[in-house]
Each structure stands twice: as C-alpha cells, then as structure tokens.
Design a protein around this ligand. Structure first.
Ligand SMILES: [Zn+2]
Length: 232
C-alpha cells in the first residue's frame, strides 16, 4: 500500500512547482506598475506674502508649498513657517545678518515644502539624503518638511506641536543658510537647533530657536562627518 502511493507525493510536488512557476509570471490580481514611483508630485504655493522680517543683512525671499491632498492647507502651513522666520528675537534674523520675506512667485532663495513621506524621500533623495519616510531635510535651496513628522512630532516635543514646528523649520532652514550639525554643548544646556534632536538630546534641554533670549547663538561642537549637506 505504501509502495504504490510513493509516486504520488512526487507528482504533487511537480504539480505544485508548475503552478508556482506559472504564478510567478502571471499576476492577474496585481495592478499595472505602482503609480507612486513615477507619478508627478503636485504642490500648491501659498498665496500672498509677508513684509521682510529682520533688521538688516542678506535678504532671503522664500515661498511655501504644500502637497495637494494634505489636510494642512498651503496658507495654514505658510502661516506657521512665517511666524518662525519672522521671530526677530530668537529666529535666524535675530543677529541682524539676514531678513526673511515670503513671496508667492519666483525668484526665491529657498522653498519650504510640506510633503508626504514618499515625496519627502523623493525630493531629499535628489540631494543624496536618506529621509527614510520619517524625517525632514534641508539641502540646496529646498526645505522639505515631512507631514508625518509635522503631525506626529518627536519624543522630546510630544504635546508641543508649535515648539517642534519651530525646531523643524529652524533646523532645515539652518542647513539652507549653510549651517551644519552640532552636538549638545553640555548637560542641562539648551540643545542647539542644528543638533539632530530627533536622535537624542544627549543631556541637553529641548530648544527650538537658534538664538537665546539674550541674542547669543546657541551652538555646540561641530559634528564632523558626514558633510552637513549629506544629512537630514
Ligand atoms: Zn540636519
């Protein structure tokens, strides 16, 4: 009995292999080519603009764009970005070396995007940056804020969206201005905005602003590698 059943498992294996081989090339249930990989990204530029903020120095013009389909409207996002860049007491204009003005048409010095994780990866990837669907980036003339991070915040800024949003904008705009990463200067001190705070505060306290209340640049020991433009 066992003897004459022996060939059957072999036949079953052959049959299974044949079916598997056929299925490997025939996928009637699969959609043709994933559209996400090559679909054009659609962004809308926030209308209107602002007066220049700051007391002098180099004048930076920027525009703000939000990806179509996000809950956050371009004007809403722009209002937050504007408020951060117009903070003349603690923001990048505080030392009088630069002013910021939002415009809605070119020419601009940089663009601030609010983008889906996939689009963030695509734009940042053009600069060789790996944002992994998780983080923001600032490179060249682009600041890209990942809507996932904008919404979910980070561990240190849980429940404080306004603070995290200020940090995200200040950090990535800092890259566009030419600032690289620095580390925590010492336990209990404010974390510099150019510290990658998302990866740990290293004993520093959360801080979202480049300058202190007394006008001192909050910085720390430079992080040597890789080059600043190669990191998000
Ligand atoms: Zn960075």
């Amino acid at each position: 009995m066992l003897r004459h059943l022996k060939p059957k498992p072999a036949l079953a294996v052959l049959l299974a292999l044949a079916v598997a081989a056929a299925l490997a090339v025939w996928h009637p249930w699969r959609r043709p080519a994933a559209p996400a990989a090559s679909a054009p990204m659609a962004f809308t530029t926030a209308g209107g603009g602002t007066e220049p903020a700051g007391t002098g120095g180099k004048a930076y013009r920027y525009k703000v764009r939000a990806e179509d389909g996000l809950a956050e409207r371009p004007e809403q996002f722009a209002a937050e970005v504007d408020a951060v860049l117009a903070d003349v007491r603690r923001g990048w204009s505080a030392d009088g070396t630069r002013t910021f003005q939002r415009v809605s048409a070119d020419p601009v010095d940089f663009t601030v995007y609010l983008a889906t994780p996939a689009s963030t990866d695509r734009i940042c990837g053009q600069y060789g940056l790996d944002t992994g669907g998780e983080v923001n980036c600032g490179a060249g003339h682009q600041v890209v804020i990942n809507v996932k991070r904008w919404t979910d915040l980070t561990e240190s800024y849980r429940g404080r969206p306004q603070e995290y949003h200020a940090l995200a904008v200040n950090h990535e705009v800092g890259h566009v201005l030419g600032f690289g990463h620095v580390d925590c200067p010492g336990p209990g001190l404010p974390a510099p905005v150019m510290q990658q705070q998302i990866f740990g505060l290293h004993g520093c306290l959360p801080n979202a602003w480049p300058f202190s209340d007394t006008g001192a640049l909050l910085t720390g020991p430079p992080v040597p590698t890789p080059p600043p433009t190669q990191q998000p």
